[in-house]
Write a protein of this length. Structure first.
Length: 394
């Protein structure tokens, strides 16, 4: 709430969120009723799982969903200041209009994407439906589902949120549901061995976390205050991020603080920093858009293959020289384009193209390593058989 209040007071350029569907949805004052009931619904659900639900697992699933969703909302609001201009001019003095007028006064039409009203209501509905005690009461189940649907609709009929805000909140909820109610329970034994205090609280992990925060700060500064107007600050962030990238691996090896958490967190922070640096170049160098798309596809496929290796084998994944080369080249290119005067497009494109070449090389070599590890554990077909059936993974 403190972070949200600070962002609400920030004077920055707002990106308006609007869709054609918003114009088709009429304003309806009576939806203020389910909109206000959201507060009681959310508080009541939290109290139930905190005090009256005997299952710790369900408590952490629900609170984890709320925590992840609201944290992502704050990050999105910071790096992408947003708002809407759909509120109608209110006339009349009825109780519903008066309540909406008060709502508009205390709740500004900024930082709305994705809708936390929708996300938290849906998360509460899912948590209650997963609870066996609540699910046995059919009347309660039907009532809370109807209330949740009404709350979702109220955000649009009161012109508090765009359809895009609502749909994004629902998608985010689906992802959190898969994480907390499907993936984590299915891999609980494996995760308990990995996510220990000894594995998490290390100096290298702290440096990787700092680099992840620097990536968020870098993107937020560019989006909120401008890229060229803050060259000096952005250059400083790049240099600090580069130092942490060099230091975390060396410290981990020197002081025997290598951990599986670090092996996942370090590349995550690297790719996040690379991604935001390239993204901030896009308004000035169109070729950066293709490089960012390449980075996204590369990391998505590498992450999927790496996750399979971590979950299904005992192999220790380590950063390879080609991955580090890719990182170094990206840092140097972005540093040159950020610190110096604007280079000719031909020169800038050559530098950005060098990043793309390194990415492709690293991707091919990482996928080859993953295939070798999976083959050694019997999780991939032999190369000879692959030639006949056109596939390589079982």
């Amino acid at each position: 709430m403190l972070s949200f209040m600070l962002m609400e007071k920030s004077d920055v350029k707002i990106h308006l969120i609007h869709s054609l569907a918003d114009d088709r949805i009429p304003f309806c004052q009576y939806f203020i009723i389910p909109y206000v009931l959201w507060y009681f619904f959310l508080i009541g659900t939290v109290i139930y799982f905190a005090l009256f639900c005997p299952s710790k697992k369900e408590y952490y699933q629900y609170l984890g969903t709320l925590g992840i969703g609201m944290t992502l909302f704050l990050l999105i609001s910071y790096i992408y200041p947003n708002g809407q201009n759909m509120r109608p001019d209110l006339t009349g003095d009825g109780i519903f209009i008066s309540a909406i007028r008060f709502l508009y006064k205390i709740d500004t039409p900024t930082n709305i994407f994705p809708s936390m009203h929708v996300f938290n209501a849906t998360a509460s509905c899912v948590a209650l439906f997963q609870n066996e005690r609540c699910r046995r009461n059919r009347i309660f189940t039907v009532a809370q589902i109807v209330l949740t649907v009404s709350i979702v609709l109220s955000t649009m009929f009161l012109k508090q949120h765009s359809v895009a805000d609502v749909m994004t909140a629902l998608i985010l909820n689906i992802l959190c549901y898969q994480l907390f109610y499907r993936i984590i329970p299915a891999r609980r034994a494996k995760l308990e061995k990995i996510l220990t205090r000894k594995e998490i609280f290390t100096v290298p992990n702290l440096l990787s976390s700092l680099r992840l925060c620097l990536a968020i700060a870098f993107l937020g500064i560019c989006q909120r205050y401008g890229f060229r107007e803050n060259r000096s600050l952005l250059v400083m962030i790049i240099l600090v991020a580069a130092v942490t990238d060099l230091a975390d691996g060396k410290i981990a090896r020197t002081f025997h603080q290598v951990s599986k958490v670090g092996r996942a967190l370090d590349p995550l922070a690297d790719k996040a920093m690379q991604g935001v640096m390239i993204a901030c170049l896009m308004p000035y160098y169109p070729l950066a858009e293709l490089v960012l798309l390449l980075l996204f596809v590369k990391e998505l496929m590498t992450m999927a293959a790496g996750w399979k290796v971590i979950m299904e084998t005992e192999a220790d994944l380590e950063a390879q020289w080609h991955g580090k080369l890719n990182t170094v080249v990206t840092y140097i290119v972005v540093l040159i384009l950020t610190a110096g005067a604007r280079l000719p497009y031909s020169t800038a494109n050559v530098l950005i193209g060098a990043c793309a070449v390194c990415m492709i090389m690293s991707f091919v070599m990482y996928m080859s390593d993953f295939r070798r590890i999976l083959a050694a554990n019997g999780l991939v077909r032999s190369s000879v058989q692959s030639r006949y059936d056109g596939g390589w993974m079982q």
